[in-house]
Structure formats: C-alpha cells, structure tokens
Design a protein around this ligand. Structure first.
Ligand code: COA
Ligand code: AMP
Length: 270
C-alpha cells in the first residue's frame, strides 16, 4: 500500500506578493487528477482571489515515508488571550524551556517576527535556554512540508475532532503539521498562533504533552501570527532538523485521542 503513496502534491496561491493559501497531499498516482482539482478549489475559496496558483507534483522517489500517530488533542478552556498565553507558557516551562526563551518567542510572535514587524513565511527556530533565533533567514523561517493523513486516519481524526466541536479544516491541517514537527530530531516543543485576523486559536505541541489547544492566543482582527520551534541547541543537528522538516515525507496513519474543554487548573493537576 505504501509503495503506492509516492507523489507529493503542493499548492500555493498568491495575489501580488501576498500569500493567499497553501495546502499539500501525499498520494498515489491514481488520485492525482482529483487531488489537483481539489487543491484548485481550495486555492479559490479564500476571500482574496488568487492571481497565481502554483501546483507542484513531485515524485517522492525512494525516500522512506515515516508513519506516525497523530498527537493527542486537548483544548484548555482559557477564556482570553492573557490566560491562554500564561497557560501556554506554563506548559512550555514544564517541558524545560526557559522563561527567557518563552518571553522572546511570545514577543516576537506578538510584534511580527520578520524584519519591520511583518509575519514570517515559515517558523522561527528558538534556542530553549537563551531564546536566540537559529533559523538561517529571519524573513523566511523554516516551513514544514511533505506530510499528509491516510484516508482512514483522517476519517478517524475528523470524527474525533468533531466530537469535541472542532470542525474547521485548519485544525486537522495544523494537527498534521504539529505531529510532523513534534517528531523532528531535536525539537522540544512548538508554539503557534495563526496570522488569520479572524482566527484567534493557537497551540503548544510536543510529543510529551500532545497538541494542547487554546481558543484564544491573540486578539480578534490581529493580522500577526507565526510559529516557534524550541530546540536544545547543544544537541541539535540543525541541518538534519531542517532537512527533516522540509523534505522527509511523513504520513499520519492513526488518530490520537481528543479531550474537550479542560479547565486550566484541572489540566495542571493531572
Ligand atoms: N507564507 C508566505 N509565503 C509562502 C508561504 C507561506 N505560508 N508558503 C509558501 N510561500 C511562498 C514563498 O514566497 C516561498 O518562497 P520561499 O521558500 O523563499 O519562502 C514560495 O511560496 C515557495 O514555497 P515552497 O514551500 O517552496 O512551495 P511548495 O509549493 O513546495 O509548498 C506549501 C508550498 C504552502 C504547500 C508548503 O510550503 C506548506 O506550507 N505546506 C504545509 C501546508 C499546511 O498544511 N499548512 C497547515 C497550516 S495550519
Ligand atoms: P497559519 O497557521 O497558516 O495561519 O500560519 C501561521 C504562521 O505559521 C505563518 O505566518 C508562518 O509564519 C508560519 N507557517 C506557515 N506555514 C508554515 C509551515 N508549513 N511550516 C512552518 N511554519 C509555517
């Protein structure tokens, strides 16, 4: 079955210099036409009509595909940005990330982590002790790519997420991305909130905690967002880390568990 899953199909839509949308799949050749069609539909459903849609179809070749189980999901019921960020910080600290490093990430994501307060095109890599940035290009960052769900795993996870009220396609896409990232060699945790002004939710993810979602990590209408990958720089092989994130194919073959609306105190006492 895996022998069939050999193409990476990626879509990015833009208007002028502005990124409008992006999505990707790993598929067998038989699904190619339908997948391309679905990605074009996807590119056109945003409010901003794309001026350019690029679809890349690439044979994965003989690169081995890692098969992962999706991270477990829990929503922590923090009512606003400040309680959300403070619970997120507490979780990051429990994973051994220093307060200095967490504050650095929060400030950068709040103010725009690219030069001139703009959003980056990918994620920051942040040293978990001193909070220094390690990604080679502060404007671009690193983008995780080459990941997808099997049909069965997506079906299982869509139902489990829906059972806890999470029906937005962003959730399963972000969960897939976070699952790949959490298995990167040398990662400790990821912190993310979207740059979509209408989407205030965000998460902390790691193999130890799973995908911990907060309904509000930024203010409504704020166009800034981003991702921070926290690492231990003493043990990190940064080239292997970046190569894994960008190029090594990952297929999510099983769903994790989903828990809804845990109160912060309950979360921290378990
Ligand atoms: N924001 C801004 N620009 C972006 C972008 C983003 N998120 N993604 C791509 N671009 C633009 C950049 O100009 C980029 O050039 P750069 O490498 O110098 O930054 C250019 O498109 C080419 O990007 P590349 O990643 O090489 O294109 P691709 O066709 O191989 O893959 C994506 C594009 C968007 C599919 C892939 O990068 C990606 O992000 N995949 C994950 C999608 C996903 O599921 N996200 C879930 C988030 S909730
Ligand atoms: P989104 O979740 O799509 O709203 O993206 C939020 C932020 O995450 C963007 O502004 C980028 O900084 C970053 N980002 C987007 N795509 C990726 C990716 N594939 N890998 C890592 N970071 C990304």
């Amino acid at each position: 079955m895996d022998d069939d899953l050999i193409y990476s199909i990626r879509m990015r839509a833009s208007a002028g210099n502005r990124h409008v949308s992006g999505a990707e799949r790993i598929i067998s050749p038989i699904k190619m036409d339908a997948t391309v069609q679905a990605l074009i539909v996807r590119a056109r459903e945003k409010k901003t009509p794309p001026e350019k849609i690029v679809i890349t179809i690439e044979h994965i070749g003989n690169m081995p595909i890692s098969r992962l189980t999706a991270l477990d999901v829990v929503t922590v019921n923090t009512p606003d940005m400040s309680t959300g960020r403070s619970a997120a910080s507490r979780i990051l600290q429990s994973l051994g990330i220093s307060e200095k490093s967490i504050m650095a990430a929060l400030n950068l994501l709040t103010n725009g982590a690219a030069p001139f307060g703009l959003n980056m095109r990918g994620a920051m890599i942040i040293d978990a002790v001193h909070g220094e940035r390690l990604e080679p290009d502060h404007k671009r960052g690193i983008r995780a790519s080459r990941f997808d769900w099997t049909e069965e795993a997506l079906d299982t996870m869509t139902k489990r997420l829906a059972a806890i009220g999470l029906t937005h396609f962003r959730t399963h896409e972000a969960l897939a991305l976070a699952t790949k990232v959490a298995h990167a060699p040398g990662i400790i945790a990821e912190l993310c909130w979207s740059d979509d002004p209408d989407y205030t939710a965000g998460y902390v993810a790691s193999r130890r905690t799973g995908y911990v979602r907060f309904p509000v990590l930024k203010l409504q209408d704020d166009p800034r967002g981003g991702r921070a990958f926290f690492v231990d720089r003493n043990t990190l092989d940064i080239e292997a880390f970046i190569h894994y994130l960008q190029f090594e194919p990952v297929l999510i073959v099983d769903g994790g568990t989903c828990r809804n609306r845990v109160d912060p105190e309950q979360y921290f006492t378990v």
